[in-house]
Ligand binder design. Sequence first.
Ligand SMILES: CC(C)(COP(=O)(O)OP(=O)(O)OC[C@H]1O[C@@H](n2cnc3c(N)ncnc32)[C@H](O)[C@@H]1OP(=O)(O)O)[C@@H](O)C(=O)NCCC(=O)NCCS
Length: 198
Amino acid sequence: MKASAKIDPSSLAVTPLTPERWDDLVALFGPERGGLGGCWCQWYRLLRPDFEALDRDGRRQRFEKLVQEGPPPGVLAYDGDRPVGWCAVSPRAAQPRLDKGRVSKRVGDQDYDHIWVITCLFVDRPWRRKGLMRPLIDGAVKLARDQGARHVEAYPMIPSPKTGDADLFVGKLNAFLSCGFRQIAKPLPKRAVVRRAV
Ligand SMILES: CC(C)(COP(=O)(O)OP(=O)(O)OC[C@H]1O[C@@H](n2cnc3c(N)ncnc32)[C@H](O)[C@@H]1OP(=O)(O)O)[C@@H](O)C(=O)NCCC(=O)NCCS
């Protein structure tokens, strides 16, 4: 694939992370890295002391158990047979660290019981800058809707030319807006709270 080419939509599929796809998630994240720094998507799911009490293997095992138990904690993107992208989405209640964040703390007196949150995106390096962010967001919204969510929330950023790929794990604001989200708060100059009914 040419470095600059957008992904061919006819070879792209976005689907929930169900137990039989666990090995694909491991292949995408890297068995050692677990995404970035051995996180295994546990950062928002655990308060800091509980997160730090687990080593990489502990976080990986915890995540695998969550996948086994369901509901799927996110969606995988495939280019043909190859897993190339991930977007985490889960009920807000399953992600207690969100309440502690300057950007992700609760906004107003909402019915937070039915809000799901997109917390993280990850695309395999050779597939970056090929347009996977929006299909991943759309797939995550569909998963949340199918699981009974009423709203989906996210905390994307407005990147600058200096923004590194890792910093953009929360997604880009205009991508969420073009996927039907609206901005409901702007807690920092380069960070927004966006939400859409599903
Ligand atoms: C952030 C990330 C998911 C973006 O995915 P992607 O498939 O490359 O994104 P897209 O190609 O769909 O681009 C979407 C938009 O983001 C922009 N973009 C992508 N990477 C960017 C960067 N590093 N800086 C600024 N803008 C960037 C694109 O130009 C595009 O903008 P536009 O819609 O206004 O034209 C990917 O770079 C990644 O996986 N980064 C690592 C994140 C990570 O470490 N996650 C795990 C944490 S444990």
